[in-house]
Design a protein around this ligand. Structure first.
Ligand SMILES: [Zn+2]
Length: 301
């Protein structure tokens, strides 16, 4: 599953390649699972809009769109469910104000979601759920075999807010306040997206290792100083991974459709039974709330 550094890398890649381009038309497949907004609303929001920025919010990719969407009557939708989409679009148009100046397209890649920029002639991969035809002649496609990805649009002023605090922007004071006194294991608290957004399993394990804290420790029993260390470790680990272009441990590709990012060397994650890189002790794995946690019993207390 792409984690924050991967999503950041993908968003940056898309931003570089898509800003200034416009979405001319949108085809949406018949599978409902990836659609968190109605197909018609997604199409109505995207079509005719210019992409002004692509960025990350938590683990979501956010496309900031400018310009008024086209009136539904003139839209040439490529979807097979044309009439249904038209009906939904009409509903959407009647529900929303006509001048949608601040619209955002939100993509969550889930486990296996990919956004690929390609030529229209490129073969349409199985599990393609959305194709956006761009004014530049290229296409932006969303492909997701396992369909845990999510597509939605956000139309409210103020912008999309996935909840939680951005881990790369949180101050030490705020970080400590978020976690202090919590009764769940620190690892679970780190994964709680309502606290920090975007920290996943790998980077939680790696951060705890660097901070010398065992995953099962209760935040209530962790000193302010140690939490301060953890704050630093989380940011350090995420920044390093972003600098390396995100780890590539899963089935996803970057915005160029290329696989094989440089992988951050994991010090504990996925290294059960292997010697700790610091002290040589065998790395242990425990399951916490259904997720694997890896740690060194010697380096982490
Ligand atoms: Zn160790």
């Amino acid at each position: 599953m792409p984690e924050l550094p991967e999503v950041e890398t993908i968003a940056r890649g898309l931003d570089t390649r898509l800003v200034g381009d416009s979405i001319e038309s949108v085809w949406i497949g018949s599978r409902k699972q990836p659609l968190k907004s109605p197909a018609g609303v997604i199409a109505a929001t995207l079509e005719g809009r210019r992409i002004v920025r692509v960025h990350r919010a938590g683990k979501h990719i956010v496309f900031d769109l400018a310009g008024e969407s086209r009136p539904w009557r003139t839209r040439v939708s490529q979807t097979k469910r044309k009439s249904k989409v038209r009906r939904q679009t009409r509903q959407a148009a009647s529900l929303q104000t006509p001048d949608l100046q601040t619209a955002q397209w939100i993509v969550h890649l889930g486990m296996t979601g990919r956004l690929v920029i390609c030529e229209p002639a490129a073969e349409i991969a199985k599990h393609t759920h959305l194709i956006a035809k761009l004014a530049s002649g290229r296409e932006l496609r969303f492909i997701d075999p396992r369909m845990f990805g999510k597509l939605s649009v956000h139309l409210h002023p103020g912008g999309f807010d996935p909840g939680g605090v951005e881990p790369l922007e949180v101050s030490e004071q705020r970080f400590i306040a978020l976690f202090r006194g919590r009764k769940t294991p620190i690892k679970s608290a780190l994964l709680n997206q309502k606290l920090l957004r975007g920290v996943g399993n790998i980077y939680a394990d790696e951060s705890l290792f660097r901070a010398g804290i065992r995953p099962r420790r209760r935040p209530a029993a962790i000193t302010r100083e140690q939490l301060g260390k953890l704050h630093q470790a989380v940011r350090e680990v995420l920044r390093e991974a972003i600098a390396l272009g995100g780890s590539s441990i899963s089935d996803y590709v970057d915005a160029d459709g290329e696989e094989g990012f440089f992988q951050l060397q994991h010090r504990v994650y996925g290294r059960e039974g292997e010697p700790c890189l610091v002290c040589g002790t065998a790395i242990r794995r425990v399951v916490l709330a259904g997720r694997s946690s890896h740690y060194c019993a010697n380096c982490q207390k």
